[in-house]
Design a protein around this ligand. Sequence first.
Ligand code: KG4
Ligand code: ZN
Length: 372
Amino acid sequence: MRILAIETSCDETAVALLEINGALERPNIKILGNTLLSQVALHEKYGGVYPNLAKREHEKNLPPLLEKTLKEAGYDMSEAELRTNDIDYIAVTQGPGLEPALWTGITFAEMLGKKWDKPVVPVNHMEGHIFSVLYDMSETERLILPALALLVSGGHTELVIVKDFGNYKIIGRTRDDAVGEAFDKVARMLGLPYPGGPEISKLAEIAREKQSEQAAAFRFPRPMINSDNLDFSFSGLKTAVLYKLKLENLPAGRQDRSDEEFKEDVSRAFEDAAIGVLIEKTRRALLELGGEIKTLIVAGGVSANLHLSQELSKLASEFPNINLRLPTKYLTTDNAIMIGIAAFVRAGKGPKILKNQTPIRAQGNLSISSAP
Ligand code: KG4
Ligand code: ZN
């Protein structure tokens, strides 16, 4: 099956053309064309994503990205109209995300759907993150369900039971900031560029290598780590970092430390606290769910974090019957490939996808538990 996928939920404009066949548990995924334009540099001065700017950029980027994707796939543009006959579905992110940005992708997808007479499949962005782990599986691997998914991105921190393809239950979520957002905000406090996750991670690794003794003096709280539920909270941790920075900025403060070392130690202490909570809540979920869970999926931008993946490997060794799956590095952050994969799952499991359905509505807060 050939799927053209479009992703515009946040600050990445992405288009991919995929050929996907085989079983849902281990599909054969061939990337025929894949393009992505990041707006990170544009949003950097705002310290986050500015929705109307994102919308304008998506509108500008989509037509050339489509053309480039089709060209990469070997579609001769002069006969592109004919070749599009072998595209089965157009997949587009419906939500969650920034609504003005989502609308851009949806409008574009529906316009193509009409022009090419193809069905348009609305995709839940978080379902895309989950099924990003289906890419690049070896011959012998299978995604065995039920799985527990820890979704960690700039907008979400969720623990989701993937009972079956298309059947999801959220059992834990953040009550305030998402973990990626906390990384980004702490990075901003430290004067590091946006997005802050990779920057914090780099400095934290340097601090770990140096085994700085001073780092021990930095210990941030691990909010809700002992709470009697599977929810998260990261805003208190962010505030604790802010207080620490204010305190250390007093003249008598950090005479014996270089600015760089100070940032490294704060990054490490913050990362230890944030990842510590993610690991502890995931452990608790796995224990509570008993033997039901066969696979632990960890996906979303923060799953690129080295310290998280190391701690996850340790956690997985406590549960020998559970298989740990993370996406290939370049599928951790937003991309169109994962949207195409989720559409393949939807086509294989959900109700029949028809042409000319009711128009798709962007839903900024679309929940994964409402996926069809
Ligand atoms: O999934 P994603 O690309 O976009 C959303 O759907 O939100 O996630 C982006 C988030 C950002 O907050 C970014 O700082 C974080 O993922 N991130 C990381 C790392 N790489 C990206 N956080 C920690 N460590 C990383 N290596
Ligand atoms: Zn995402």
